[in-house]
Design a protein around this ligand. Structure first.
Ligand SMILES: N[C@@H](CCC(=O)N[C@@H](CS)C(=O)NCC(=O)O)C(=O)O
Length: 197
């Protein structure tokens, strides 16, 4: 399977971390693409976004949550809970993390525009989403003995906040900060840390 990704994409990193945590990395051939510059991806994914997974027969799978679900189903143990209420709680946290990522990318893209053209209403709304999601994670009592889909999705987005300097998210969030410092030492997080070179 070919995984089309860009090194700094937190969504693509979520899939890579999940595959690594499951010991399935060797099933993925990773290919770098720059989705904002390279339109060729649109032939495979109408949204032209990474990650996009191309299966052996040519079928394409996106977005990151769907790819993660597919990859998780390839082997046991599952990192996406199969039984309720754990399943909906994990997937809701993943959705909050992904939404934080969408808001972060909008903020980063807006900052790239000339300052005179910045839309303050866009910043304000997206920053509210980012901070509210962070508050949810701070209150979530994230586990130290488990690194499954929710935890992976949150960890990769926190890393993105740091690398793109989206917001200073640590002040006022001691539990989330301590949790992140611990999980960022995992092999899967270190191996997929594009910012570290
Ligand atoms: N909901 C998508 C979001 C993916 C996404 O936004 N990827 C960004 C890079 S981090 C992208 O490829 N953007 C290109 C574009 O918006 O044209 C997912 O979970 O896969």
């Amino acid at each position: 399977m070919r995984l089309l990704y860009s090194p700094l994409s937190p969504f693509a990193r979520k899939v890579r971390v999940l595959a690594m945590e499951k010991g399935l990395s060797d099933r993925l051939t990773v290919e770098t693409i720059a989705p904002f510059q390279d339109e060729s991806l649109r032939l495979l994914n109408p949204l032209n976004k990474v990650p996009t997974l191309v299966l052996e027969g040519g079928e394409t799978v996106f977005d990151s949550a769907v790819i993660a679900d597919f990859v998780d189903g390839l082997s046991e143990p599952r990192l996406i809970p199969t039984v309720q209420p754990g399943r909906r709680r994990a997937l809701t946290l993943e959705a909050a993390a992904d939404g934080l990522g969408d808001a972060s990318i909008l903020i980063v893209r807006e900052r790239m525009r000339p300052e005179a053209q910045h839309r303050q209403d866009l910043f304000d709304r997206q920053l509210r989403a980012v901070h509210a999601a962070l508050d949810l994670f701070e209150a979530a009592d994230l586990p130290s003995d488990r690194f499954e889909i929710a935890e992976i999705a949150i960890a990769v987005q926190l890393a993105y906040l740091d690398v793109r300097q989206v917001v200073a998210w640590r002040p006022g969030r001691p539990a989330l900060s301590a949790w992140y410092d611990a999980v960022s030492k995992r092999t899967s997080m270190i191996a997929t840390d594009a910012a570290a070179g």
